[in-house]
Design a protein. Structure first.
Length: 276
């Protein structure tokens, strides 16, 4: 992958053609200036932080890579519409209707059942590149919108139960959930769900408890807390990923709205051309 060296690293590094979801995703730079990449093919990711902390911008980086990867089917669930909606021409897009979000999760559960049965018949334990199966990246911006804000209590519970199942069972059959929340609290992100995410990225939080909800219980006591991120440092967060037990401070790369519009249109064109 092209080395990223400019102030607009994502656009500067993009080679113009399709990417692959099997390739590492560039997230930004660490405190030494080194570039930070993560492989998402066998890991889920949780992002959390206060409004304005840079969480949604970071999520856009992952969505951009997935949209430009023709071996990835992109599913976007965004109650606000405007965070991920610009990618809708290259994705299956679900807006604020909670029933649509639940139906999509049910469909993903059926896909997991189907794929795991096929893997079992082949004597395989997980999806690998040689199978030629597309991976599915499922990006959710603001879990709390569906789990605690809109709809009836029964609908919220249904969304939460289905979401937990997809996160829990999706890895082996090639379903990659990447989820974000502005409210990193225990009622929105219970331990039973949080602990299913292999990667966590905590942006500015108001309390150690909120930071720990993203990074893991007791992380603040070891000196790693998102409460120490200044208000004037959007995009800076503590990242736990790639087998490291301790978080590292990472500044996310940046995509402007114009960048997103350009890349989304290009991704849609690449997909249309690939479909014939």
């Amino acid at each position: 992958m092209t080395t990223i060296t400019t102030s607009r690293p994502v656009m500067a590094a993009y080679p113009g053609g399709p990417l692959s979801i099997w390739h590492p995703v560039h997230l930004g730079t660490d405190e030494t200036g080194g570039h930070v990449y993560v492989s998402l093919t066998e890991r889920n990711m949780l992002l959390g932080g206060e409004p304005g902390s840079g969480k949604s911008v970071a999520l856009q980086l992952i969505v951009a890579h997935a949209a430009l990867s023709l071996d990835c089917i992109l599913i976007l669930i965004d109650g606000k519409r405007v965070e991920l909606g610009l990618w809708r021409a290259a994705a299956r897009f679900i807006g604020p209707a909670i029933d649509d979000a639940i139906d999509t999760l049910h469909w993903l559960q059926s896909l997991i059942d189907e794929r795991t049965e096929q893997l079992l018949d082949m004597g395989a334990r997980k999806v690998t590149p040689d199978l030629g199966w597309p991976l599915y990246l499922v990006a959710v911006d603001e879990i709390a919108y569906y789990s605690a804000t809109v709809g009836s209590k029964a609908q919220q519970n249904e969304f939460s139960a289905c979401n937990r199942d997809v996160v829990a069972r999706g890895r082996a059959p090639g379903i990659i959930p990447v989820e974000a929340t502005q409210r990193p609290s225990a009622d929105i992100m219970p331990t039973s769900l949080r602990d299913l995410f292999g990667y966590r990225w905590a942006f500015r939080c108001s309390t150690d408890a909120s930071s720990d909800t993203i990074l893991g219980h007791g992380t603040a006591n070891t000196g790693y807390t998102a409460t120490d991120i200044p208000d004037d440092s959007p995009g800076v967060g503590w990242l736990r990923a790639e087998g490291t037990r301790l978080p590292r401070r990472v500044k996310s790369a940046y995509l402007s709205t114009d960048d997103i519009i350009t890349l989304a249109a290009h991704a849609a064109q690449l997909r249309q051309e690939a479909a014939g």
